[in-house]
Design a protein around this ligand. Structure first.
Ligand code: COI
Length: 368
């Protein structure tokens, strides 16, 4: 049972940004923002101490942080983060997609990194408080949204390797469109060579910055080889596909079944991944969570038994995959165009997120 005191948005004390963007400036900034490059006027914060627990909840002007150079996060990467989106509906309201899933995952990630969790209620209260002041930053155009990035980090000045006694919670927000440059288009995937994202017992299941730091060099190699994203294989056998640098992966088979790597403790359990599985099963499709070897996947693409591949995540939504590439092969999935089921899923999911379709699963939470 959660025995933490009730927290509401009113607990987040507002200090308004006197230099907030004008309406005209905001409109200009929101025109075509590259992913995660434009930030709103404010951020929500809360501070945890080992003696006092969570407190000092506030919404303040978005600004650089003052951080002690000895802060744990800077040395030992004691940090976890989340990603979720706020959507503007045609009726003017603002809704979140399954935010409780992100709150729970952040708590689980925090536990793995020796960080204190923020309660689900507090997580939602911080979002409500930020949107109360920065609500005009939720885009109204097309399939754009306000990407919310909550973050927990150890801030205690301490070079001893132990969990920090001081922790900061930060929530920032960025108006975003498509994650990949060039909009929604089929992307190409490079199979990581000699690099693994996570090992058994490691932090692969946690959404922590270190997992992403380790993906940067292989991701760079993907780009050097003309690909958009990197695909990691398992660390034990270097054989089974796990996930992309920042998103989960699915394969659609000619027989109508859909396969995705099973979560083993080394894969991030995406909220979008779970939603795709639920959507497919609700449509009567068989979804198989299993080990998928790279060899079987490549052969399936070549012999036509795998007809579509797609990536999914909060940022990527559902993105078709056109090509799978390694030094040994370069295979086109289907005709390289966006798959029918992939685009159907994308339409159903985004219709729910933007209120164009009945929210039959009760996934949307009105926040403003
Ligand atoms: C997300 O989809 O929200 C992610 O965190 C992936 C990436 C942008 C880090």
């Amino acid at each position: 049972m959660d025995e933490s005191p009730t927290v509401t948005a009113a607990d987040y004390t507002l200090t308004a940004n006197s230099a907030a963007a004008s309406a005209a400036e905001r409109t200009r900034l929101m025109e075509a923002p590259a992913f995660g490059m434009v930030f709103t006027d404010h951020m929500a914060r809360a501070t945890w101490t080992i003696d006092g627990g969570w407190g000092n909840r506030r919404v303040e002007p978005f600004a650089d942080l003052a951080l002690h150079p000895g802060a744990t996060v800077l040395h030992y990467s004691q940090q976890v983060f989340e990603g979720l989106k706020a959507y503007r509906w045609a009726d003017g309201s603002t809704r979140l997609f399954r935010p409780e899933g992100n709150a729970r995952r952040m708590a689980a990630s925090a536990a793995r990194l020796g960080l204190p969790a923020l309660s689900e209620q507090d997580f939602l209260a911080s979002i409500e408080a930020l949107l109360a002041v920065d609500g005009d930053w939720v885009p109204t155009e097309g399939e754009s949204s306000l990407y919310l990035r909550p973050l927990l980090m150890g801030t205690e000045p301490c070079l001893g390797v132990r969990p920090s006694h001081e922790v900061e919670y930060l929530l920032m927000a960025c108006p975003v469109g498509a994650y990949f440059s060039g909009g929604v288009r089929p992307v190409s995937i490079w199979v990581a060579q000699g690099f693994h994202r996570a090992g058994e017992g490691g932090t692969g299941q946690a959404k922590t910055g270190g997992n992403y730091a380790g993906s940067l060099l292989p991701q760079q190699q993907a780009q050097d080889n003309g690909c958009d994203q990197v695909l990691f294989l398992d660390a034990r056998e270097d054989k089974y596909i796990e996930e992309l640098g920042g998103m989960n992966v699915f394969a659609v088979r000619r027989d109508g079944t859909v396969w995705t790597p099973r979560v083993t403790g080394t894969i991030l359990e995406g909220v979008t991944r779970a939603s795709v599985i639920e959507l497919l099963r609700a449509e009567g499709r068989e979804v198989v969570e299993r080990d998928i070897s790279l060899e079987a996947l490549r052969e399936g693409i070549s012999d036509g038994s795998v007809v579509e591949l797609f990536a999914c995540g909060t940022a990527a939504v559902i993105t078709p995959i056109a090509r799978l590439v390694s030094p040994d092969f370069d295979v086109l999935v289907g005709d390289g165009g966006p798959g029918t089921l992939t685009m159907h899923l994308r339409t159903v999911l985004t219709d729910i997120q933007y209120g164009r379709r009945d929210d039959q699963f009760g996934w949307m939470t009105q926040i403003a």
